[in-house]
Design a protein around this ligand. Structure first.
Ligand SMILES: [Zn+2]
Length: 297
């Protein structure tokens, strides 16, 4: 189960991992907390398909449902809307208040309840979401972390959230780390070494200069063979993703050569795991789970 804030987040964070596990027979469910109805058009080449309008929250949500369905089909995943309303990314100084009724303002127990119910019904062995910072400071990303963390813990406790089904203990909780400094720097240096213009120069310099603390990476899942599916899923979110943007600036053979992984941080585990040697990584989100999965399923 992959918990995300908006439609398109599943395609930019961990998409190749999901496509890989689907190809191995794992049932993958993407949970999208909001409808993405406050997303702006971020693709300068985007042409609004006939019959759609993005002048209202409902119109935008309807278009994004169509895009999400196309991305889910590319990745081979199931997808479920949690039903909350996009909070939008507040901008300005001072920041404007969040819009009434938006996801970020829903009290935690109310926001987590449908996810607890879904966990108890779908019974995932592994859950992925964002780290406590949200990965980037969008209020819906921070809230997605909070509800996923709450659901991971509460769904296992039969006393919590009565009326939402039988308790289920998800075995492992991971945080997506799609853009670790290590990955950006490695790709950046490889592009410069190949005489190509890297889109990450400023990023590398500003992050290094600002000394932004890095979250620990525990796990690298090899997924290069599924990069084409990840890219096609991104493109399916046509209003949001610029096909000439930085996601597509890196030649894929170079990426597969120097950075064939998607990275994660193991945040919680209910299965015993070996202590990794320093400098080594777990390479499978289901490590330690497969052995017991048959019995408990
Ligand atoms: Zn998002």
């Amino acid at each position: 189960m992959a918990v995300h804030a908006h439609p398109d987040d599943e395609s930019s964070k961990g998409a190749a991992t999901m496509a890989r596990y689907v190809s191995e027979g794992v049932e993958v469910l993407v949970v999208t907390c909001t409808g993405g109805e406050r997303g702006d058009v971020l693709n300068p080449t985007f042409a609004l398909p006939e019959g759609h309008d993005m002048s209202s929250l409902e119109g935008t949500a309807a278009l994004r449902r169509v895009e999400m369905a196309a991305a889910a089909a590319v990745l081979g995943v199931r997808q479920h809307w949690l039903g909350f309303v996009d909070s939008g990314l507040p901008e300005g100084d001072p920041l404007p208040p969040l819009p009434e009724g938006c996801f970020a303002l829903v009290p935690l127990e109310e926001a987590a309840r449908p996810l607890v119910e879904l966990v108890r019904e779908f019974r995932p062995h592994v859950m992925t979401t964002y780290d406590p910072s949200g990965g980037y400071p969008h209020p819906d990303h921070i809230k997605s972390h909070e509800v996923a963390f709450e659901a991971f813990h509460a769904a296992a406790d039969p006393e919590r959230y009565p009326g939402t089904g039988e308790a289920w203990a998800v075995r492992k909780l991971y945080y997506d780390h799609g853009f670790s400094m290590d990955s950006i720097r490695t790709v950046h240096e490889a592009m410069e070494g190949a005489g190509l213009e890297s889109p990450f120069g400023e990023w590398v310099e500003s992050r290094t200069a600002r000394e932004i603390p890095e979250r620990p990476v525990t796990t690298r899942v090899p997924v290069a063979a599924w990069f084409p599916q990840r890219d096609a899923a991104l493109i399916a979110h046509a209003s949001q993703i610029d096909p000439n943007g930085f996601f597509f600036a890196v030649p894929r053979d170079l990426e597969a050569d120097v950075w064939p992984w998607e990275e994660y941080e193991l945040a919680e585990s209910r299965v015993p795991l070996p202590q990794p040697e320093p400098g080594t990584y777990e390479d499978d989100l289901f490590a330690g789970v497969r052995e017991g999965a048959e019995v408990s399923a």
